[in-house]
Design a protein around this ligand. Sequence first.
Ligand SMILES: Nc1ncnc2c1ncn2[C@@H]1O[C@H](COP(=O)(O)OP(=O)(O)OP(=O)(O)O)[C@@H](O)[C@H]1O
Length: 579
Amino acid sequence: LTEDGITLLEIKRSFNHTKGFLNNWRASDETPCGWKGITCNHNDSRVSIINLPYMQLGGIISPSIGKLSNLQRLALHQNSLHGFIPPEIANCKELRSMYLRGNYLQGGIPPEFGKLSYLTILDLSSNSLKGTIPPSIGYLRQLHFLNLSTNFFSGAIPDVGVLSTFRKNSFIGNLDLCGPQIMKPCQGSLGFPAVLPHGPHAESEEAPAPTKRSFRYLKGILIGAMSAVGLAIVILFCFFGIRLVSKKERAAKRYNEVKKQAAMDECTKVVTFHGDLPYTSSDIVEKLESLDVGDVLGSGGFGTVYKMVMNDRTTFAVKRIDKCLEGSDQTFERELEILASIKHVNLVNLRGYCKYPCAKLLIYDYLALGSLDHFLHETFQGKQPLNWNNRLGIALGSARGLAYLHHDCCPRIVHRNIKSSNILLDQNLEPHVSDFGLAQLLADEDAHVTTVVAGTFGYLAPEYLETGRATEKSDIYSFGVLLLELIAGKRPNDSAFVKRGLNIVGWMNTLVGENQIEDIVDSECTDADIATLEAILVIAARCTDANPDDRPSMNQVFQMLEELTSPCPSEYYESHSDE
Ligand SMILES: Nc1ncnc2c1ncn2[C@@H]1O[C@H](COP(=O)(O)OP(=O)(O)OP(=O)(O)O)[C@@H](O)[C@H]1O
């Protein structure tokens, strides 16, 4: 077997499951050129393409990939890969396109990527990537497609080279990014815009020709000099201004400070998890203190949710739990911290927490389109009906988030309260599961148990209702109900079934039995196709099986939905050979 073949076998070993898709990758072959997803150069049989999207591959991308020095295309999108992107990929100097979208990759973008001077396409969207975007990406002169959307990138998008040319769509869904590309100014510590041109030095060996940049550079120096003069004037002004401030104004200032301090005292503690809230405690407290009825987004079993807009226009959702919880605050905070460490594109991100004597405020990412319950069942201005593909996308994303809670978190998390008001939608209709872990955390709150049962009645598995014990299988049942709600556009307690003494599951079974499955689909959803509908109904029926042991696992549900919603890998490649 050739060296490239041996390297591919190393890569295969790091995929901890391949679901048998790579069975024809065998050490006994002479070359890897006939292997699934592999293409070689004609002349030297070196591997030039790895094309394995939608293969349900798990595990990590092996650093050995860097040994494939002739690799031109790497397509591993829509798999279940974890771990860091190995910087060794940058040794594949011939690489033209890299698709790693839709995995669970963590860590940041290796700055070494600046060496991939032929790279034209870089798609890292929908992962769990963090950190800042390295300026070296700007020096990839050939790059004409960049998608970093729906990750957790933060900081200023470097305004250098080609990075200055990409716009909002390349970066959408990263709450903490700023920069002219997305028209969100970055604030420096003095409140001045902090996105200054970055120097090219040491960032990349392959920096582009200097002409345009030197001009940009000069401009940078000029702006810098002008800012410095401006700063000096402001400082002078402040100095004299402060001296001239009248006694009365100083008294007013003192009064404001005392008020702020009082607010701080009342909110005994502000905790920001993982540096996820780049504001001072007093800024946060000030905003929390100013929330009132006009800011209410909704309320549920745990309390009221408010919309909180910071001075830089970044928006958060604040959940106010009005309970003096028994038990130690330390345990509560430790458990909250664990919840806050769970980061996934389809889960709502918990960023911070503020403790009052008889209330706890949890600060979450704000999801602009609100809950699926609201979107499906309420009428509001500018409402667009959800089409079939939107509904399938929401089902798939929600299943992905839940599968992460059930299978990838340690310890595993049973949601306990899956329902459409706990599926929140962002601007792209991407679903984010909310409230996970909270039911567990507040379990001994009698009031909450009652409200969960009241508000969630139609979603609860029969054995959960009977025993009060939630398990992964009772979550699966609730997910099955959610699937039915999505396709039928009817709440589980819709009067249409309740009048007939049925719940949504019984109603579905009746219509399936009478061969009237078209009647299940929401009349607003005119583009549903029968084949997918039949398959979804099978999944929903399996999830809502009366016997918990016969229900599939959340990973299986996700995979079934993924097979339904993604084109078959080989067809996909033929019709989208270069996206
Ligand atoms: N992060 C968020 N972004 C935007 N809106 C939110 C967010 N969190 C909650 N909301 C809104 O607030 C409403 C109330 O949420 P909450 O989670 O308190 O109640 P619920 O989901 O209806 O019930 P339960 O407490 O039983 O889960 C939601 O339906 C949603 O419209």
